[in-house]
Ligand binder design. Structure first.
Ligand SMILES: Nc1ncnc2c1ncn2[C@@H]1O[C@H](COP(=O)(O)OP(=O)(O)OP(=O)(O)O)[C@@H](O)[C@H]1O
Ligand SMILES: [Mg+2]
Length: 228
């Protein structure tokens, strides 16, 4: 069974007098342990599609299934629970709290998790991830003192601290230089290869897309497979 299945999903936004068809009849099956890239011009619907996949927003038509469970049949509480259980989200500006330490930021999703571990178990997990990503010495620093690449790695750890199976990454290397971009991509690859995570990356960077297992182009809300 697919881990995540998007079937004939469409989403429009009404903006005063006209309607934007942001995502247009998109279907995609994603299996566990895959790394998928979605490229496309600005405004082509990439973030909207990621939000539909992560059941952050609901489609106007079509269905999203997570491990065979239909998202549209659920009430808000169940959908929220499913979102927290399955999805880690990495947004472009990292959305970290500047005045808090890296560790405090990483622990935020655990506050809402249904399957809580003890505080020491979380810390052990976070330190082992941070060591892998070479930021273990930064966990006690406030975020405002961290570089862009370090912040992004902290955001990656936060996206998987509750052991979510699917990581949705919106332009994860968008504001990074080449070296940091390489480190972040290596991290995401390791999450797939070593932890069997599933990663969907939206990117403008063809080098990033080429490192993924499958690539798709989204233009005018229409998704097509592409070879880079
Ligand atoms: N909440 C909203 N209300 C109205 N229009 C929206 C909303 N969200 C997105 N849109 C419109 O839908 C279209 C797709 O937007 P989206 O953010 O998905 O594009 P994108 O491919 O992620 O672009 P970028 O590469 O610039 O991030 C755009 O025309 C955008 O203006
Ligand atoms: Mg976007």
């Amino acid at each position: 069974m697919e881990l995540l299945s998007v079937q004939n999903v469409s989403k429009s936004f009404k903006d005063h007098s006209y309607t934007v068809h942001a995502v247009n009849d998109v279907s995609l099956d994603i299996h566990q342990g895959e790394m998928i890239a979605i490229i496309g011009p600005s405004g082509s619907g990439k973030t909207t599609l990621l939000n539909l996949m992560g059941i952050v927003i609901s489609p106007d038509s079509g269905e999203v299934y997570v491990e065979g469970q239909k998202a549209s049949g659920m009430n808000d509480t169940m959908r929220c629970r499913m979102r927290n259980q399955y999805f880690g989200y990495i947004v472009q500006d990292f959305a970290l709290i500047e005045e808090d330490t890296a560790m405090q930021n990483i622990l935020v999703p655990t506050l809402y998790s249904k399957h809580k571990k003890s505080s020491s178990e979380y810390r052990k997990l976070i330190y082992s991830m941070a060591e892998k990503l070479q930021v273990s010495d930064k966990l006690k620093s406030t975020v405002k003192k961290l570089s862009g690449g370090e912040r992004q790695r902290i955001a990656i750890i936060r996206s998987m601290v509750c052991d979510q199976k699917i990581i949705l990454a919106d332009e994860p290397t968008g504001s990074l230089d080449k070296d940091n971009s390489t480190i972040v991509m290596k991290c995401l690859r390791e999450l797939v290869d070593d932890f069997k995570k599933t990663v969907v990356i939206v990117t403008h960077d063809l080098n990033v897309a080429r490192q993924c297992d499958r690539t798709f182009n989204l233009t005018g809300g229409v998704l097509t497979p592409c070879n880079l």
